[in-house]
Design a protein around this ligand. Structure first.
Ligand code: SIN
Length: 358
């Protein structure tokens, strides 16, 4: 629906897709405890109505409510719906850019998913898709949602010479590639920027921009969006002091298709896991290694030689590596119909080699 009056039919649209989150959250007693609230209460059209007078001229704001949830409850069905809605919007010649209001708790997953399934498409069309959210509910004093939403809308409608089309996120005045996004604080307003290479939205930093272009040059092809019910089952397991082989053997006779190992340090795991991980590979379970530290890269054969068949995940955190592995397994299944030569490892390696923006 449109939230603005007196705009011609040919005015370019910014489509705002509502997924819910704290940006659409309501607190009962804002003055007493703004953190005791319910996410996903206000419709995206109402969020737009609050900021439309400050929105840039020459665009028409259009909204679509896809969900209104607390994003801790994000489902694969909803992720599929989000990907389809984004692709549909990108294909619409009236749509200049897309903004997604989303809960911050799993924005990390939505960000990597959209990069892998829609990143090349958005870039080739010269359109920006921008995730945003808030750390404070809509009726809290100094709520950050309105300024984040306005920043995202302004940036989605800014001429391209300052930054190419693609999948981005905007929070607390900073922009990053959505695939770099990670929430690294429980409550700070800049919780999503603390470990994500980013630039000020107002003044794009040239070294960040050249990093974005380096990633986009290597990302040559989007992968299929899994259909509802097609998402492979992948779990994240954390290595820690006192780890037991049973944490791995538990899965050997299950329907799990992949395990992401959130390892210690550079992505190492407890020796107690080694034999059961070798057995998991023999059972056809896909394995990738990442680090539980929250920042930095996981490289092949560090600190020790990898188990055959287990891939390092580059700059991907556990939640991002999990989505990437699910999409790689799904892509393998799809190419096996047409071309038997590509494996999930071939696909996953394309993500793991993407340069990390500094
Ligand atoms: C959510 O992720 O939906 C709740 C938390 C937030 O948006 O910050």
């Amino acid at each position: 629906m449109s939230t603005q009056e007196n705009i011609s039919e040919n005015t370019p649209h910014i489509l705002v897709l509502g997924m819910g989150g704290t940006i659409a959250g309501v607190v009962k007693s804002p003055e007493i405890n703004p953190m005791q609230y319910q996410a996903g209460q206000i419709e995206v059209a109402s969020l737009l109505a609050q900021i439309e007078s400050a929105a840039p001229a020459g665009i028409k704001l259009v909204s679509q409510q896809l969900a209104n949830i607390d994003s801790r409850n994000l489902t694969e069905t909803l992720i599929t719906a989000l990907g389809q809605a984004v692709r549909e919007a990108l294909a619409n010649t009236m749509v200049q850019g897309v903004v997604i209001t989303h809960g911050t708790d799993t924005m990390e997953e939505a960000g990597i998913f959209l990069q892998i399934t829609c990143g090349k498409y958005a870039q080739s069309l010269g359109k920006r898709v921008i995730l945003t959210g808030a750390m404070l509910p809509a009726n809290a004093p100094n709520a950050d949602g309105p300024s984040n939403l306005l920043d995202a809308i302004r940036w989605a409608s800014t001429p391209l010479d300052n930054c190419p089309g693609g999948i981005y996120a905007v929070m607390d005045g900073r922009a990053c590639m959505a695939m770099d996004l990670s929430k690294r604080h429980t409550s700070a307003l800049n919780a999503l920027n603390q470990a994500s290479p980013s630039s000020s939205v107002g003044l794009i930093n040239p070294s960040w921009l050249s990093g974005v272009k380096a990633v986009q040059d290597l990302w040559t092809e989007d992968w299929p969006i899994p259909k509802e019910g097609e998402w492979p089952w992948v779990e994240i397991l954390t290595s820690h002091a006192g780890a037991r082989p049973e944490t791995i053997t538990h899965w050997l006779n299950s329907k799990v298709k992949g395990l992401v190992l959130a390892g210690t340090g550079m992505g190492s795991f407890h020796d107690a896991w080694r034999d059961s991980l070798v057995a998991a590979v023999k059972h056809g379970i896909a394995l990738v290694r990442t680090s539980r530290t929250g920042a930095g890269e996981t490289k092949p054969d560090l600190p020790e030689k990898d188990i055959a068949g287990c891939l390092a995940s580059g700059g991907l955190s556990g939640p991002r590596a999990r989505i990437a592995l699910q999409l790689a397994l799904n892509a393998e299944k799809h190419t096996q119909v047409a071309d038997k030569s590509l494996t999930w490892q071939d696909f996953f390696a394309r993500i793991a080699v993407l340069p990390v923006i500094r």
